[in-house]
Design a protein around this ligand. Structure first.
Ligand code: TXA
Ligand code: MG
Length: 319
């Protein structure tokens, strides 16, 4: 299959929409990372997403909607979730909600869990595509399962050239890390995946509710959080400045002898935007120079740094 690279023009959205209508796959930009899109009501199309990513069927897919109105046709909103959606949509927030029985979402999307993950992205290209297509679009991150997410069209092509129908070129993703995944109950908000929306930003808007992290081992986890993830081919060591022979160093802030740097000025927003790009570049360099390890300098563990360290810690896992 030849993968079309579509410029972000109105005409391209018509082409992309018709590919989706025919059960094809289209990668699209969002403000966080690139997504791999398919018609969320089409079982065969969704099955292809699992297949090309190599994703286990136990790991459900986020569904991208235009807005709260489209979301309300798919899921039952509690008051807190509705409030959060009104504040943070469109944007990097994903809500886990009970799936409405009347929705046309097939079981394969939700891994038969009875819950659906919904997000209204703010990038105008994907917003306009959803509007034109007229239906919600599944959108897991556009990377091979367990590997590094994609924040530019080249990353997507390196993983899926020849296996998907098209990609819409929306240049580099401005945020560079995935959305924050939340699940609400009457007394608290649970963070199932750290993301670009920080706990501080959420608590500033909802000071009366407790926010807790439930990242693993809970009854309704975000299944994707269980796995080794975001991983280069080359073994990676984090929280270290010590580069040995045949090793590649990724710095943060002023770092002597670093081949790559997440942010020379030590800025967490810049580091978030650069993280996946730098990990992919360092991995390519390591593979082509037979380097044995990638070493990553410590990143401060607060605010966005918590999310960056979460991704680095998973990338460094052995299993
Ligand atoms: O920023 C993002 O969220 C990007 C862009 C493309 O929107 N998407 C993304 O999708 O990160 P993905 O598939 O890489 O991560 C989705 C996470 C996985 O950990 C998955 O287990 C969880 O969301 N998830 C999806 N549906 C779920 C559900 N019904 N219940 C619980 N967790 C769910
Ligand atoms: Mg992902």
């Amino acid at each position: 299959m030849k993968t079309l690279v579509l410029p972000p023009a109105k005409k391209s959205l018509v082409v992309a929409s018709s590919i989706l209508e025919n059960g094809g796959l289209v990668a699209f930009p969002t403000e966080t990372v690139y997504g791999l899109g398919a018609d969320s009501f089409n079982v065969k199309a969704v099955a292809k997403v699992f297949k090309v990513k190599g994703r286990p069927s136990s790991n459900p897919l986020i569904v991208h909607v235009k807005d709260l109105e489209m979301a309300s046709e798919l899921a039952t909103f509690d008051d807190t979730s509705r409030h959060l959606a009104k504040i943070f949509w469109p944007g990097p927030l994903t809500l886990i909600l009970p799936l409405k029985k009347s929705s046309k979402i097939p079981d394969i999307v939700t891994a038969n869990s009875g819950y659906i993950a919904l997000r209204a992205p703010s990038n105008p290209i994907i917003q306009n595509l959803i509007e034109l297509f007229g239906k919600p679009i599944v959108g897991p991150s556009a990377n091979l399962s367990g590997k590094i997410s994609s924040t530019s069209p080249n990353h997507v092509l390196s993983d899926f050239n020849g296996t998907i129908d098209a990609i819409i070129d929306g240049e580099d993703c401005p945020m560079g890390l995935e959305s924050t995944i939340l699940m609400c109950d009457p007394t608290k908000i649970r963070i199932l995946r750290l993301g670009v929306l920080t706990e501080k930003e959420i608590s500033e808007k909802l000071s009366d509710l407790k926010i807790e992290s439930c990242l693993e081992g809970e009854s309704v986890p975000s299944p994707g959080s269980k796995f080794r993830h975001y991983s280069p081919e080359t073994p990676i060591v984090i929280n270290s400045h010590e580069k040995g022979k045949d090793e590649i160093l990724i710095g943060f802030g002023e770092t002597a002898d670093a081949e790559f740097n997440l942010s020379e000025k030590g800025d967490l927003v810049e580091a978030a935007k650069n993280l996946y790009h730098v990990l992919r570049e360092a991995d390519w360099k390591a593979q082509s120079t037979n380097s044995t390890r990638i070493v990553v300098s410590p990143v401060p563990n607060s605010g966005l740094g918590l999310t960056i360290n979460d991704r680095l810690e998973r990338a460094a896992r052995k299993d």
